[in-house]
Design a protein around this ligand. Structure first.
Ligand code: SF4
Length: 89
């Protein structure tokens, strides 16, 4: 399964929650109204704004859709080799 790194920039996140609506298994709002990154609905190792995830192609697509929905482009997604795949450079 592809491995991706998902990062939310907490300074850019305004708590609009569109990422949560689209990909609730990956994004959840915390008490500060910022999106945390979950691993298939879980928080192994505790809450964090950045996480490596092993995902299926469908899950990867869904996470990408969540990132694309963010009005402030606060979600960054990287391939295993470090290449940033969203936002496109
Ligand atoms: S869509 Fe963007 S601004 Fe809204 S909660 Fe998610 S990361 Fe934050």
């Amino acid at each position: 399964m592809p491995k991706i790194r998902v990062r939310v920039d907490e300074d850019l996140c305004i708590g609009a929650a569109s990422c949560v609506t689209i990909a609730p298994e990956t994004f959840q709002l915390n008490e500060d109204n910022k999106a945390w990154v979950l691993d298939h609905g879980e928080e192994p190792g505790g809450s964090t704004y950045e996480r490596w995830l092993e995902v299926t192609e469908d899950e990867k697509e869904n996470i990408l859709l969540g990132a694309q929905s963010c009005p402030t482009l606060a979600i960054f997604i990287y391939e295993e080799d470090g290449t940033q795949i969203f936002p496109e450079m």
